[in-house]
Write a protein that binds this ligand. Structure first.
Ligand code: FAD
Ligand code: NAP
Length: 529
């Protein structure tokens, strides 16, 4: 009997006082009907999750809330430089969180200088410098506290956490290899692969031996000094941005274009601002080699792929930010029959279900999905509800908002101007745009050349918004709210009829009224015009 029923009255449900019933949104789930019973002797667990990062943990916690018996295996193989970390995956340990904290440290450094214009008496601006050891210590202390809380949370939720490298023995059996080399076997009815990815190193002499990656930068024992960043994606630009603002000169090697795949007009604003702050860019360049000099510094050579010209310089640190590969090779996926793409190691799973029905995958390991923490978390949760609560909702990967945390942030949701034109044709697309002056940039007078936003919309009717793009302070905070509006199908008419909050930078979206097509000047007339 399927007892899953719709219940709109939470109080009425609560009065049943039945611990085997769960309120799940507006759906009352009688667990007996939908959850595979572990105690039937067939499997040790209802669900085993390989990978305790954003997606895996979200899926495991949701599954256990729905009554499943769950195990999570998580294991961190040290980086080539020997860096390792605790439970929680990339985001917490070597991704979003330490990156955002270093970004914040960089912004604070700039704020100290600006504070003087607001009357703050700062002893001597010349003496202001970052203490790298203190910064990394604070960042790492925070990470350790998150690792600890995550562990306790798993214990409280009665999720079995196994600190072991998982691999398939057969479709339902996983072998975990512990740090001491011993192994532990477990069986599970359902298995979720959530192993994420790790930094890719270009195949050039010296890359693995002498270069670091984002796995190492947030806990680097020595100040990075003059740094070469190879790659101009999210990680390359974010790292170059905060390093430069912290006082470590940064140079970026760009193979094709910065932030390929993003709206290129906005990407140029981002890099133009970085250049004005002192970051150097070498366009159309790929690395050739990295050599260690006697004094410990690194000599890097690169070539321009268009002119064939070669160049070299000496750096204290070379950071590879050339993308990430999926960590599937250690999983012995063949034993389960799960297919991967041979080059990237990624798994194709349209609805997170792989070609083997009881094996699923979420997060960065998936082919063609945004490699973002909230995406992994949301997909993991929805998957657990489909596995253990008879839910049907699929993850919607469209219109996922994102932000590049460069010195001047870039936030966006929806289509770039290029993709909108390509999909709908130039005649069917209207682009509204404006430069703006954030109030906080009046004192001291700061460069506003790159404070720019645009809305890409359909031209006809109420003009449904296809994409929103914003370069400026707190872009992530600005775009998050508008992302909900885009998800709801907001039109330009509705956006223009939204009353702004003054003085904020987010209100600039409600003030948009100049189309690119009109050729009118998109520069601001005054702060309150
Ligand atoms: P992960 O979080 O990577 O977790 C996978 C876990 O599985 C890891 O702990 C791994 O060690 C473990 N594992 C792997 N193989 C095995 C195995 N065989 N057995 C056991 N365990 C295994 N996203 C954002 O949304 N915003 C940001 O600002 C942002 N900044 C980032 C900055 C950097 C520098 C990086 C690198 C990434 C950033 N990301 C950001 C991306 C985000 O971190 C990832 O999208 C997210 O962590 C993916 O989650 P996941 O669950 O797929 O994998
Ligand atoms: P990425 O965005 O794919 O960028 C990789 C960069 O390296 C590109 O500029 C690429 O150039 C270049 N590159 C690749 N191979 C190279 C080679 N052999 N030589 C020289 N350059 C090379 O990857 P990423 O920056 O590592 O980020 C990985 C993912 O993490 C992102 O996709 C993102 O989803 C996530 N992330 C998110 C955030 C955030 O939300 N703020 C922050 C960081 C990371 P081409 O363009 O020419 O290929």
């Amino acid at each position: 009997m399927d007892l899953t029923s719709i219940c709109l009255n939470k109080n009425a449900c609560n009065k049943f006082g039945n611990t085997r019933q769960k309120h799940f949104g507006s759906i009352l789930i009688a667990r007996e009907s939908v959850i595979p019973v572990a105690e039937d002797g067939t499997y040790d667990y209802d669900l085993a999750v390989i990978g305790g990062g954003s997606g895996g943990l979200a899926c495991a916690k949701e599954a256990v809330n729905l009554g499943a018996k769950v195990a999570v295996l998580d294991f961190v193989t040290p980086s080539p430089q020997g860096t390792k970390w605790g439970l929680g995956g990339t985001c917490v340990n070597v991704g979003c969180i330490p990156k955002k904290l270093m970004h914040q440290a960089a912004i604070l450094g700039e704020s100290i200088h600006e504070a003087v214009s607001y009357g703050w008496e700062v002893p001597s601006l010349d003496s202001i410098k970052i203490n790298w050891a203190a910064l990394t210590e604070s960042v790492q202390n925070h990470i350790k506290s998150v690792n600890w809380v995550t562990r306790v949370d798993l214990r409280d939720k009665k999720i079995d956490y196994i600190n072991a490298l998982g691999a398939f023995k057969d479709p339902h059996t996983i072998v975990g290899t512990l740090k001491n080399g011993s192994t532990k076997e477990l069986t599970a009815k359902n298995i979720v692969i959530a192993v994420g990815g790790r930094p890719h190193y270009p195949d050039i002499p010296g890359a693995i031996e002498y270069c670091i990656s984002s796995d190492d930068i947030f806990s680097l024992s020595n100040p990075p000094g003059k740094t070469l960043v190879v790659g101009a994606g999210y990680i390359g630009l974010e790292c170059a941005g905060f390093l430069n603002s912290l006082g470590y000169p940064a140079t970026v090697l760009v193979r094709s274009v910065p932030l390929r795949g993003f709206d290129q007009q906005m990407a140029r604003m981002v890099t133009s601002e970085m250049e004005e702050k002192g970051v150097k860019f070498h366009h159309r360049c790929v690395p050739l080699s990295v050599e260690k000099l006697e004094n410990g510094q690194l000599k890097a050579r690169w070539t321009n792929t268009e002119t064939g010209e070669q160049a070299e310089d000496v750096f204290d640190t070379v950071l590879m930010a050339t993308g990430r590969y999926a960590l599937t090779s250690a999983l012995n996926l063949g034993a389960a029959g799960v297919k991967t793409l041979s080059e990237s190691g990624k798994i194709i799973a349209e609805t997170e279900q792989t070609n083997v029905p009881h094996v699923y995958a979420v997060g960065d390991v998936l082919e063609g999905r945004p490699e973002l923490t909230p995406v992994a978390i949301h997909a993991g949760r929805l998957l657990a509800r489909r596995m253990f609560a008879n839910a049907a909702q699929l993850m919607d990967y469209e219109n996922v908002a994102t932000t590049v945390f460069t010195p001047l942030e870039y936030g966006c949701v929806g289509l770039s101007e290029e993709v909108a034109l390509q999909r709908h044709g130039a005649d069917a697309v209207e682009v509204y745009h404006a430069f703006y002056k954030p109030t906080e940039f009046f004192i001291p007078q700061r460069n506003i050349k790159n404070c720019y936003l645009k809305a890409v919309a359909l031209r006809e009717g109420p003009q449904r918004v296809l994409g929103l793009h914003f370069v400026g302070p707190v872009a992530g905070e600005v775009i998050q709210g508008f992302a909900a509006a885009v998800k709801c199908g907001i039109t330009m008419e509705q956006l223009m009829n939204t009353v702004g909050i003054h003085p904020t930078v987010a209100e600039e979206f409600t003030r948009l009224n100049i189309t690119k097509r009109s050729g009118k000047d998109p520069n601001p007339a005054s702060c309150c015009s």
